[in-house]
Design a protein around this ligand. Structure first.
Ligand code: FAD
Length: 433
């Protein structure tokens, strides 16, 4: 490494940060990628971990391994806690020590989480899905709900199947609800003797008049129909106004639910505010057309943390595809800086979007074309396998899907850390006499 090469610090090894690092690998720069996790997570497949289709290792890969061939790049495990933009340093914590990382160019791509709209205390009873840990915790709640119902039915004869409430009818909510209904109706049905898992109630609560509001109306309708065919109840125009252990309030009515999952709202990483930048309501940084921080051409903010209407007048969505393109575009602009060329404003290329509903149903919008049902699911499966990081992961995911498809089995149906708390946190204590 040349000591005089520009030092680039990238905060976040998600889609934006990772693709920026990969595209800077051949530039005359020194790259330090910092993440509080040691792995990159393929978030679009998290719901499959949460519903026991895939194991965590199949959708996540160590950052150090992904970048091991990039000779100019070091991966550092740690939590970024602040910046000194005047001194050009990043504050780094974690692993029991605090330190500072100097930079010449800074890329901040720390992503976003769900927003509880000022009620962060609901998170304990209605967890969201963002990380591998979240997915494993949700999987545990979902599987424990069935176990508890079975135990009660066996011991007392009271055959109550569990109920699941999914708050938010966006892609994550629709995918979670469809997959839970699917495992209840198929994968679980033969394994439980005392309860009828196919009678499990899954309800999606969506505040807007339709699910998948960002999609054309015909696809929303199709998604709703496909959900209903799986036995999911869809309640639109239903705003959740309170959450407590084992129940949620919808329009003044309290509804019991054994497991409540949160899949709505966006809150960008607090690091945006720590940059001293202007942010929108969701905490996203209002970036310049080249994704830099206004007044700081040496700082870029990318992915779910950035708010931008692109050069073509399109609002750039909070999607993996947009974050990936932003990472690549930023690496190219840095290369242009080094070559003394002017930067190019970012333009988002919309290659389409899709959401799955259960085992072989989906909706897809690709340009003017709309697809539904099995064809959309096949397209979804193909694209997601291609986009997964790592050949091994692609192979494993394909074989898991083929196995699940042929046998209806879910090989990742494991409940871990059972010993200390054998009940789903949302539920009141079991009343087994
Ligand atoms: C459940 C789910 C399903 C989705 N499905 C789809 C889909 O089907 N298609 C699609 O296009 N998009 C989908 N998305 C959206 C997509 O995943 C995001 O838009 C994308 O991940 C954003 O990329 P990013 O690089 O901005 O942030 P992220 O991918 O979230 O990465 C942020 C990284 O920053 C790290 N980090 C955060 N804070 C700190 C800190 N203080 N210090 C150090 N490191 C930090 C995190 O550990 C993480 O690795 C989905 C998202 C979710 C949650």
């Amino acid at each position: 490494m040349e000591p005089q090469t520009p030092r680039i610090v990238i905060v976040g090894g998600g889609f934006a940060g990772l693709y920026a690092a990969q595209h800077l690998a051949r530039q005359p720069v020194t790259v330090t990628l910092v993440d509080r996790k040691n792995h990159h997570t393929f978030q679009p497949l998290l719901y499959q971990v949460a519903t026991a289709v895939l194991s965590p290792g199949e959708i996540a890969a160590p950052l150090r391994r992904i970048l091991n061939r990039a000779r100019n790049t070091e991966v550092i495990l740690g939590e970024v806690t602040g910046f000194d933009t005047a001194a050009r340093t990043v504050e780094l914590a974690g692993l029991g020590e605090k330190t500072e990382l100097p930079y010449d160019i800074l890329i901040v791509a720390a992503g976003a989480r769900h927003s509880y709209f000022g009620h962060d205390d609901w998170a304990a009873d209605a967890p969201g899905l963002k990380t591998v840990e979240d997915a494993v915790a949700i999987r545990r709640r979902v599987l424990l709900a069935f176990e508890l119902a079975e135990r009660r039915a066996y011991l007392t004869g009271k055959r109550e199947t569990p109920s699941f409430a999914v708050v938010g009818g966006g892609p994550t909510g629709v995918e979670l609800a469809g997959a839970i209904a699917d495992i209840a109706r198929r994968a679980m049905a033969r394994d439980f003797k005392a309860i009828d898992t196919t009678a499990a109630r899954v309800t999606v609560y969506e505040g807007a008049p339709r699910v998948l509001g960002a999609y054309p109306e015909s696809l929303s309708k199709s998604a709703e129909k496909q959900l209903r065919e799986l036995g999911v109840t869809v309640r639109t125009d239903s705003i959740v106004s309170a959450v407590e252990p084992g129940r949620l309030q919808v329009g003044g009515e309290w509804i019991a639910a054994d497991v409540i999952l949160w899949a709505t709202g966006v809150a960008a990483s607090p690091l945006g505010k720590l940059l001293g930048a202007e942010t929108d309501k969701a905490g996203r940084v209002k970036v310049a057309p080249d994704l830099s921080l206004p007044g700081h051409p040496e700082i870029f903010v990318l992915g779910d943390m950035a708010a931008l209407v692109d050069a073509a007048g399109k609002v750039v969505p909070g999607l993996g595809a947009a974050a990936t393109q932003e990472g690549v575009a930023t690496a190219r602009n840095i290369a242009r800086d080094l070559a003394g060329k002017p930067r190019v404003p970012f333009t988002y290329r919309d290659k389409g979007s899709m959401a799955t509903i259960g085992r072989h149903r989906a909706i897809a919008e690709i340009g003017r074309w709309h697809f539904t049902g099995t064809l959309a699911w096949l397209m979804w499966a193909l694209i997601h396998v291609v986009l997964l990081i790592g050949f091994r992961n692609r192979l494993m995911v394909m074989s898991e899907w083929a196995w699940a498809y042929l046998t209806r089995e879910r090989s990742a149906r494991l409940i871990t850390d059972l010993a200390d708390d054998p009940q789903p946190p949302s539920q009141p204590p079991p009343q087994v006499p």
